[in-house]
Design a protein around this ligand. Structure first.
Ligand code: GLN
Length: 488
């Protein structure tokens, strides 16, 4: 029988339900495995006592005949979600030692579904980054090659799942932070339509873009998890959509016969590395074998998504991060002359370089005299980017392309040049700006034996269709079952 860390969320749930293994045994197994691979830097906080208490409670529910589909299955949360039972830092010194008095809605929903929390996962500071190198607590290593980055900002989540330290993890995606690390670590991740999952208790980066989603090894597992995470939360998140919770697993198993896959010309330009292009091309051919049809589409403003995103996201961040002032919670400077000096020192000490840079950019683009030229203009182009998708979806059912232009780069490779990171976000930003669901599934190996992710983008509320397309691909291929060599 396969080791507990090798089986899917669905199989784990089945084995737990049949009492073949207990939730406590499963939790112990993963806790030990996480500790043995602590050098990856994926976990920021664990607390075996808390985890085992949750596992015991799950075992009691199983014994009582509770049939919740995720009962007893472990999960680890990106440290951007506040948790009552574990510290929450958002990867920042600003929140060192912070404990939330409540759980984020997504965390609460997964706990109610019976999932057992293994701990909190490393991420870029306040989810700002593409490599996880912006975490105040050190980088995360890519389990496929520990000299490389795992992607970001949900780098700890992707690395933990790829190294099988957890069967699943939560992530958040503002401009690609679920899809890009999933792609770099050879796992499956989905960001739902904006508003599907509650943002309550997800430490805000750019509120009009932030969305939570699951990261796991397969689309089938993501479907299970996403069903438990989503649903309206009108009292706590005014942007949560009033659409009833859905069981996305019901969308799986459908035929792809006649599915129109839109291939945007702009996703296959000069900047796309040859190894990634080849893997994506092979994946598209696989889809044709499954009965899908390729349709050429155009997303003409793809390039503009970089300046637009890097104006809007910092603008919202500069406002959201004003709450970290040394008064309400988190770090406070030890010595200061007066109130203003306290704010200044607290923020200078608590925030890292990239976060400060973005607060400055955001404050600038919102300031009187520049607002119209930058922020307002960016909002207009954002609308045009969404319109481009609307036009493309008149001709196709799903859009496919690379999640990132290259495979994971070396730790330190982009040095102190944030633009190199920003440019690499080009294929994930458009769907984020349009609020569309997007996912990444493993589709081959590129340079250095590193995973390549195929990005699938759906029209609004088409998560089921996306998951079905991803699942069909995974039924026909085994890329999602491959894992890093040397990591037994
Ligand atoms: N890399 C992008 C950024 O730094 C996206 C991050 C995210 O999705 N949280 O903003």
């Amino acid at each position: 029988m396969s080791a507990l860390h090798d089986i899917s969320v669905a199989d784990l749930a089945r084995r737990l339900k049949s009492r073949d293994v207990s939730a406590v045994e499963v939790a112990q197994h993963f806790l030990a495995r996480g500790e043995a691979h602590g050098d990856l830097g994926a976990f920021l906080a664990t607390d075996p006592e808390v985890t085992l208490a949750q596992a015991r409670a799950a075992d009691e529910r199983i014994a009582a005949g509770d049939a919740a589909p995720l009962l007893g299955v472990p999960i680890a949360h990106k440290d951007i979600f506040v948790t009552r039972d574990f510290p929450t830092t958002a990867g920042s010194k600003m929140l060192a030692g912070y404990r939330s008095p409540f759980d984020a809605t997504v965390v609460r929903k997964l706990a109610e579904a019976g999932m057992v929390t293994l701990g909190k996962l490393n991420c870029d500071e306040f989810a700002m980054g593409s490599s996880n190198e912006n975490s105040a607590w050190g980088p995360v290593k890519n389990p496929w090659d520990t000299r490389r980055i795992p992607g970001g900002s949900s780098g700890g989540s992707a690395a933990a799942v790829a190294a099988r330290l957890a069967p699943a993890a939560t992530g958040t995606d503002t401009g690609g932070s679920i899809r890009q690390p999933a792609s770099f670590c050879g796992i499956t991740g989905i960001k739902p339509t904006y508003g599907r999952a509650s943002r309550y208790g997800m430490i805000a980066y750019a509120s009009s873009l932030d969305q939570a989603g699951p990261m796991a090894r397969s689309a089938a597992d993501c479907a299970l998890l996403l069903s438990a995470m989503c649903g309206p939360d009108p009292d706590r998140d005014s942007t949560s959509l009033d659409t009833p919770a859905e069981d996305f697993t019901r969308a799986l198993g459908g035929s792809l016969e006649g599915l129109r896959i839109g291939v945007p010309r702009e996703f296959f330009g000069e900047g796309l590395a040859g190894d990634v292009r080849a893997a994506i091309e092979a994946a598209l051919q696989q889809y044709e074998k499954l009965g899908a049809r390729r349709v050429a589409v155009s997303l003409p403003r793809t390039e503009l998504s970089i300046p637009v995103y890097y104006i809007i996201a910092p603008a919202e961040a500069s406002s959201n991060l004003s709450r970290f002032d040394g008064v309400k919670f988190g770090h406070r400077a030890k010595q200061y002359a007066d109130l203003l000096d306290m704010y200044r020192k607290t923020r200078a000490e608590g925030f890292g370089e990239e976060v400060k840079q973005r607060i400055m950019v955001g404050t600038y683009v919102l300031s009187h005299g520049y607002y119209d030229a930058y922020y307002l203009q960016a909002q207009k182009v954002r609308r045009m980017i969404a319109d481009d998708f609307r036009r493309a979806f008149a001709e196709c059912d799903v859009i496919a392309g690379p999640a990132a232009p290259t495979v994971a780069w070396q730790l330190g490779e982009h040095g102190s040049d944030p633009l190199a990171d920003y440019l690499a976000d080009i294929f994930t930003l458009p769907a984020s700006l349009a609020g569309l669901p997007g996912m990444s599934i493993p589709c081959g190996l590129g340079a250095g034996g590193m995973p390549v992710g195929l990005q699938l983008i759906g029209s609004w509320f088409q998560e089921g269709r996306l998951l079905n397309a991803a699942h069909a691909f995974q039924q026909a291929t085994d890329f999602h079952l491959q894992h890093p060599e040397g990591l037994s």
